[in-house]
Design a protein around this ligand. Structure first.
Ligand SMILES: [Cu+2]
Length: 310
C-alpha cells in the first residue's frame, strides 16, 4: 500500500504546533495541501484546474500511442535480427525498394500525428488564448523571490522561501526554520516549497498572471495548475488558470536563473470568494499574509484521497 506522508506530517505537527505556537495555527481555518510531492507516488499532481486536467489527459493518451509504437518497433527489430541475419540467409536478397511498404511507413506516422494534433492543438489554443481575468496579477521573478502585484487592487508584495537568506535563513532546514514553518501553518515536509507570503486567489475565478523578470529569465510554474511561463526582463507574457478546488498549491521557478534558482518557490492559496474578499481588505491595510494553515484532520483525510487518485 502506498503511504502518504501527509497523515504522519499532520500527526507530527499537532503536538509541535500546540507546544511551540500555542495553538496559533489551529485557530485558523484549514486549507488542504494539494500540490506537494507524496512519498511513493509517481506521475502528475492532482489537477487543480480544467486546463491541467486537459494536459494530463493528453499526456496519458499520447503515452498509450508511444507505448504501442515502442512495442511494435521492438518486435520488428527482434524479428529482423532473428529472421534476416546472415546465418539464416547465407545468400542475401538483392532488392532495395518496396513501394507499398514505403508508402505505408510514410502515411501511417502522418495519420498518427494528425490524430494527436486533433487533440493537442485545441488544448494548446485554450492554454495560449488569454481570457479577460477576474483577477489579474503581475508576477515578477527576481533573484531570489517572486513579487506579486494585484494590478487592480494596488497590492504588491514579495514572496520569499521560508528559510531563505533574505529572511535570515541559510537555505537549510534547521530547528529554527522548522519552527518558522510550523508557525506559518506548514510542516518541515514543505521546506523548499513554502513561502512567507502566498499568492491568494479565489476558487472558480479566472486568474490571469502576467509574468516578467526583473534581472534574468525566471519561470513561473505551478504543476497542479498545468501552467508555466518564462518571465523575461523587459517583456510581459501571460498565463491563465481557473482553480476548481480550494487548497495550497506549490510551484517552483522553472528556468535556471542562477545559484539560488532552487530556493525561489511559489505558494498559491486558493480560497473561497468570501475568504478572498476578506484577505483583500486585510492586504490593502498592509497585512498580506493569509492566515490559513494546512493542518487539520479533515485536510489530512482528503490528502489520502488525493494520493490514491491519479
Ligand atoms: Cu530560477
Amino acid at each position: 500500500m502506498r503511504l502518504s506522508i501527509a497523515p504522519i506530517a499532520a500527526a507530527m505537527t499537532a503536538p509541535v504546533a500546540s507546544g511551540l505556537t500555542a495553538g496559533a495555527a489551529f485557530a485558523q481555518q484549514a486549507l488542504e495541501i494539494v500540490g506537494q510531492p507524496i512519498n511513493g507516488k509517481t506521475g502528475f499532481q492532482p489537477a487543480g484546474t480544467p486546463g491541467a486536467s486537459d494536459v494530463f489527459w493528453l499526456d496519458n493518451m499520447i503515452l498509450y500511442i508511444i507505448t504501442g509504437i515502442v512495442i511494435l518497433v521492438t518486435l520488428l527489430l527482434v524479428a529482423v535480427a532473428l529472421r534476416y541475419n546472415s546465418r539464416a540467409n547465407p545468400k542475401p536478397a538483392r532488392f532495395t525498394h518496396n513501394s507499398p511498404l514505403e508508402i505505408a511507413w510514410t502515411v501511417v506516422p502522418i495519420v498518427i500525428l494528425v490524430f494527436i494534433g486533433a487533440f493537442s492543438l485545441p488544448v494548446l489554443f485554450k492554454d495560449q488564448e488569454i481570457p479577460v481575468g477576474d483577477v489579474t496579477i503581475k508576477a515578477t521573478g527576481v533573484q531570489w523571490a517572486w513579487n506579486y502585484e494585484y494590478v487592480d487592487e494596488g497590492i504588491s508584495f514579495d514572496s520569499y522561501m521560508i528559510g531563505s537568506p533574505s529572511l535570515g535563513g541559510d537555505n537549510m532546514l534547521t530547528p529554527e526554520i522548522e519552527a518558522e514553518l510550523v508557525a506559518a501553518g506548514y510542516t518541515k515536509e514543505q521546506f523548499l516549497l513554502a513561502t512567507d507570503t502566498a499568492l491568494v486567489v479565489p476558487v472558480g475565478k479566472t486568474i490571469v498572471v502576467q509574468v516578467t523578470g526583473a534581472d534574468v529569465i525566471h519561470s513561473w510554474k505551478v504543476p497542479a495548475f498545468g501552467v508555466m511561463q518564462d518571465g523575461v526582463p523587459g517583456r510581459i507574457a501571460a498565463l491563465h488558470f481557473t482553480p476548481t478546488r480550494e487548497g495550497i498549491y506549490f510551484g517552483q521557478c522553472s528556468e535556471l536563473c542562477g545559484q539560488m534558482h532552487a530556493y525561489m518557490p511559489i505558494t498559491v492559496k486558493v480560497v473561497s470568494e468570501a475568504a478572498y474578499a476578506d484577505w483583500l481588505v486585510q492586504a490593502k491595510a498592509g497585512d498580506v499574509i493569509l492566515s490559513q494553515a494546512a493542518t487539520d484532520q479533515k485536510a489530512t483525510d482528503q490528502k489520502v484521497d488525493v494520493a490514491s487518485n491519479d
